[in-house]
Ligand binder design. Structure first.
Ligand code: GAP
Length: 462
């Protein structure tokens, strides 16, 4: 099935409690969204899947949680104060402001152009000013006095907290190269282009890992370093396909051209997804050389080096950085899981075909009808499952409508309690329940005593 259009997902996300426009009662706020009860669970599950693959299942990566608001020199040392800028243009007629590169990349669709082919205002065709550089970091003040001396920044990425802690982590954890430091956290960027739902927002979560390795023998031809970069590119692509369940045909790799690379980067490859508006970045895997550690060492006067016992020398490690967007991955997971197909009666049903481990609700407990005879057993089953999985109890409306609702939020298993379970007309029940599978709609009957084991075969416990 082709990917749904964005409006379909935005509407489902709101209707079913995944993502709401922020501060909607006040008219919303551009590029800001709130995550509802199911969005929180989905985000948590994606983050946990990343942490499990990148930290728990590896013996060469450890975690970190660095302060968001920290010494502003971090952002001087990283180069963000000087270079984290984008070219902005203003419409001379309506005064609207745009990022020049986003106008060219089609973020506003086809824009009108003047006789020389230069873009004009996408809203009213007005002439645009020459581009001016604009820093995307948000500033704030620490302490009671609002002056430059107390100025701090909201972090535009998580990576720098890792670089400035390199020695702390390496020494406290007695790590040998190569090893990585992983972090998932919120980042902030003053984005002015309309964000296309949660693809581009002011505040977003990132999942980043800095993988430190020995410097290459030949800086000008770092063959082994570029091979390691490639390994990480392959590993990250595998993760999106096998762990997150994204359709491989909607993913592609894009190597940055030489003129696109930052001056310190030896290579960068983006993992891109086929969004409804075309290919867009999902994750960037950058070979950042020793740029960050060297710059922070220079500005702070503190050596950020590693003692190589084999050679007896202090070296500055080189770095590979897989940098993923958690909230952008959530958008991709919603888009990619969306499916429309016939239900048992041949009518259209909408299903979010999440990998079971990502599903916000793993099991729904549904008594066949709202009936006092069914409720005690249904509640007993619900109480039994709740500590093991995110479980929902629902006895309103017809069973068919409840199945549809659970399909639409991607619940892998529905457990139904009926009159055969509890018995009727004086006959004893069989104490069995029905498990209905979201994708095949197949139903199997299992004894309540074997229900946990039967569900464990279908949904991981988390
Ligand atoms: N430390 C490197 C770094 O931050 P990036 O390519 O600027 O690299 C990494 O960001 C990922 O973060 C992107 O691939 C994207 O998934 C996500 N991201 C970046 N800006 C974003 C925004 N404004 N809204 C949502 N996600 C964003």
């Amino acid at each position: 099935m082709p990917a749904p259009d964005l409006e379909t997902i935005v509407s489902l996300a709101k209707r079913r409690g995944f993502v709401f426009p922020s501060a909607e009662i006040y008219g919303g706020f551009a590029n800001a969204y709130d995550y509802g009860p199911l969005g929180v669970e989905l985000k948590r599950n994606i983050r946990e899947a990343w942490w499990r693959s990148m930290v728990q299942e590896r013996d060469d990566v450890v975690g970190l949680d660095a302060a968001l608001i920290t010494n502003p020199l971090v952002w001087v040392g990283s180069g963000h104060v000087a270079n984290f800028t984008d070219p902005l243009v203003d419409c001379k007629r309506c005064q609207r402001r745009f990022r020049a590169d986003h106008l060219e990349e089609g973020a506003y669709g086809e824009v009108p152009r003047d006789a020389n082919g230069n873009p004009l205002c996408p809203y009213d065709g007005g002439e645009l000013t020459e581009p001016r550089q604009f820093n995307m970091m948000f500033r704030t003040q620490v302490g009671p006095v609002a002056d430059e001396a107390n100025m701090a920044y909201l972090p535009p990425e998580t990576a720098q907290g890792i670089f400035v802690n390199f020695v702390n982590v390496q020494q406290s954890m007695r790590r040998k190269l190569p090893f990585g430091i992983a972090q998932t956290r919120v980042s902030f960027r003053n984005e002015i282009t309309p964000g296309r739902f949660i693809f581009r927002t002011l505040e977003f979560e990132q999942m980043e890992m800095e993988y430190f390795c020995m410097p290459p023998r030949d800086r000008d031809n770092p063959v082994e370093y570029l091979a390691l970069h490639r390994q990480w590119v392959e590993e990250r692509l595998r993760w999106y396909i096998e762990v997150i369940g994204i359709a491989p045909e909607r993913l592609r790799l894009r190597d940055h051209d030489k003129d696109e690379l930052s001056h310190y980067s030896a290579a960068t490859t983006d993992i891109e997804y086929l969004f409804p508006w075309g290919w867009g970045e999902l994750e960037g895997i950058a070979a950042r050389t020793d740029f960050d550690l060297s710059s922070h060492a220079k500005l702070s006067g503190q050596p950020l080096t590693y003692f190589d016992e084999d050679t007896g020398q202090h070296v500055v490690p080189w770095v590979i950085e897989p940098a993923a967007g958690l909230t952008r991955t959530l958008a991709v997971v919603l888009l990619d899981a969306y499916s429309e197909e016939p239900d048992e009666k041949g009518e259209k049903r909408v299903v979010l075909k999440f990998k079971p481990r990502l599903a916000p609700i793993k099991v729904a407990v549904l008594p066949l009808s709202k009936n006092d005879a069914l409720r005690p057993t249904a509640r007993r089953v619900y109480d039994m499952l709740r500590p093991l999985w995110m479980t929902q109890y629902d006895e309103t409306q017809s069973i068919g409508r409840r199945y549809r609702r659970q399909d639409e939020i991607g619940t892998p298993c529905c457990v139904t309690i009926d009159f055969q379970t509890v018995g009727e007309d004086g006959q004893p029940g069989d104490d069995c329940v029905t498990i209905r599978d979201r994708d095949t709609q197949a139903q199997v009957r299992v004894p309540i005593s074997g229900l946990v084991a039967a569900l464990e075969e279908r949904v991981p416990r988390c």
